[in-house]
Design a binder for this molecule. Sequence first.
Ligand code: NAP
Length: 262
Amino acid sequence: MTNLDVKLTKMDDLFSVKNKIVVITGAGRGIGRTLALSMAKRLAITYCFDIKFPNKIPKDLSDNLFHVKCDLTNKKKFATECKKIFNHHKKIDVLINNLGITLPGKNEKKYLEKDWEQTLKINLTTAFNCSQIVLKFMIKKKNGSIINITSINAELGFPNNPAYVASKGGLKMLGKSMAKDWGKYGIRVNNLGPGYFKTLMNKNSWKNTKTRKARTMRTMLGRWGEIDELVGPCIFLASDASKYVTAQDLYVDGGWTANGLS
Ligand code: NAP
């Protein structure tokens, strides 16, 4: 191949999510909501799934952003809603498995089985089920991008929360398994792992100056992330800019996971 054979694509087209049909879980607030708004602003048709929606759909996004009230542990309901989306648009391009909870323990000598079960159910089983449901529709088009929102907890041991760490490590490897099995159907699966971002999920670590500082010091950039800083990497993974990228982990963590010394 010569240089002349290289197809020139405008940068804007490469990173475009315009008219892509995007399904995102746990998108009523926090990281999921920011990702959903950013997709819709870039003209993706974005379906947010959550148990509740504290915020209304902004008027200027009413053609692009949709709220679907759904307990995501109810896979029948999720499947019915996805079928409706597929029947209407004839495709689903992107699934973002963003839903996640954390139930930190109080006693490192007594992990609670109920917290273990609930965390794995929400963080891992739900992503497993949602991916399989959406696969059925992506396969019809031989095209799709699944993005798992993992965490730096997928790589490292963190205290008093074995269920969360195991769930994120599991989600990371679920992503690689799905990428291996579904690549032949044109479906890419990648993991996007945030470091520390200020959301309701880790309000306690932020409020406590000691834990906030400890987390800040561990980053190479010397600060927590702004939720908006997850948008670019997510758009990269959702768009054709990452057409040949699958089974990868992209950490947006200010250098946390690579830091040798804090
Ligand atoms: P968040 O603010 O706690 O939002 C999670 C959303 O999921 C909430 O709206 C919650 O609703 C909803 N939800 C919980 N259970 C549900 C269910 N069964 N069905 C439907 N919706 C349900 O979380 P976040 O901080 O934005 O985190 C988003 C993702 O990023 C998670 O996977 C998390 O593990 C990951 N992450 C976050 C950080 C961070 O710094 N924040 C770092 C690394 C990874 P309720 O209001 O009812 O709880």
